[in-house]
Design a protein around this ligand. Structure first.
Ligand code: PNS
Length: 161
């Protein structure tokens, strides 16, 4: 799939090792991969948009075919703008499936030419989520091994009280 441009969209409010695992898998399969951070999502984010972009740039440095970008509005419109043919999403467990299926089907309804491709992160990351990492960090628990080292440093530097 070396001629395929894929978009890996998400909120990435704490980049985890699971995200990194998926970026690596995506970078190996697709010719180009755009990891794109949703600009305005409802929740109050822990990391600003700029911080999330910086973190993603740092951790994706080993893969020259990976670009970091931001997007707002509908994902299908953004994909059209970037001329991407594939949306990459990660599925960790069956519990992710329903939400992901709904999004994939709605995106297909909005643009039948855009394919959603699901990849599974390594089994060791199957229980990992940004929400849990944020909670563990806020409550002073150990986050080593859950997030890339650069993210761990930034989490430590944050006032999470
Ligand atoms: O990491 P997340 O929060 O699970 O990512 C969700 C994301 C950003 C992929 C999804 O909310 C999204 O695509 N939002 C953009 C708005 C949109 O297109 N909504 C319709 C989706 S069917």
């Amino acid at each position: 799939m070396k001629d395929v441009l894929a978009i890996y969209p998400g909120s990435f409010d704490t980049v985890t090792n699971g995200h990194l695992d998926l970026i690596e898998r995506g970078a190996k399969i697709f010719g180009r991969l755009i990891v794109s951070v949703l600009r305005n999502f409802d929740k109050q984010p822990l990391f600003t948009l700029d911080e999330r972009v910086e973190m993603l740039r740092e951790v994706s440095r080993p893969w020259p075919n990976v670009e970091i970008d931001v997007f707002g509005g509908l994902l299908v419109d953004y994909a059209r703008l970037r001329e991407a043919n594939v949306i990459l999403r990660g599925i960790r467990a069956v519990s992710d499936y329903e939400y992901e299926l709904q999004m994939a089907m709605m995106n297909r309804k909005l643009n039948p030419n855009l394919e959603t491709v699901f990849m599974m992160p390594a089994l060791s990351y199957s229980y990992l989520s940004s929400r849990l990492v944020r909670e563990i960090a806020r409550l002073g628990g150990p986050i080593a091994g859950l997030v890339p080292a650069a993210v761990e440093e930034r989490l430590r530097a944050k006032d999470l009280t």
